[in-house]
Design a protein around this ligand. Structure first.
Ligand SMILES: [Zn+2]
Length: 157
């Protein structure tokens, strides 16, 4: 395990969770900006039901099981990670005040477990089709040839 991994988007556990949610038929937005908070985004957002999912990195967010502080500059790291944790708490409170349900997970948690929790929370909305029915985008002037004999259509002389 690499503890000093840079904080980044699209971490492996996050991508795995996204894949599972997608194959469960859920649709969502990624890295959605949080209204009223600069520099903070929701990892996986369900804007309709107002459900926000965060997959927090163990090192950067101070996971109690895995956040070991590097010996060198330990005070520096401690402060940085404490700050992140504080920001996480604020972000959660901010979103909840706006009517969002906030689900936070550690990156060490099994993607299958995380996805199952999210699916369970979203079940009522999914039952209404609110998370899967998106209008299909279709060009009205279809120029693509139809395999079933569109070629036989009359041509303009
Ligand atoms: Zn952890």
């Amino acid at each position: 395990m690499r503890m000093r991994k840079q904080r980044s988007r699209d971490t492996k556990p996050e991508v795995a969770v996204r894949r599972l949610l997608h194959s469960a038929g859920l649709r969502f937005r990624l890295h959605r900006h949080i209204p009223g908070m600069n520099r903070s985004t929701i990892d996986i957002a369900f804007p309709g039901p107002h459900v926000a999912v965060f997959i927090d990195g163990c090192f950067w967010h101070g996971c109690p099981e895995h956040a070991t502080f590097p010996k060198a500059n330990s005070a520096f790291w401690r402060e940085k990670i404490d700050k992140n944790a504080l920001r996480d708490t604020r972000t959660t409170a901010h979103l909840e005040a706006l009517g969002w349900t906030v689900l936070r997970f550690w990156e060490h948690e099994a993607p299958e477990y995380v996805a199952a929790q999210v699916v369970a929370v979203l079940r009522p909305w999914k039952a209404q089709g609110a998370l899967t029915s998106y209008p299909r985008i279709r060009s009205s002037s279809s120029s693509a040839p139809c395999p079933l004999g569109q070629a036989a259509a009359p041509r303009q002389a």
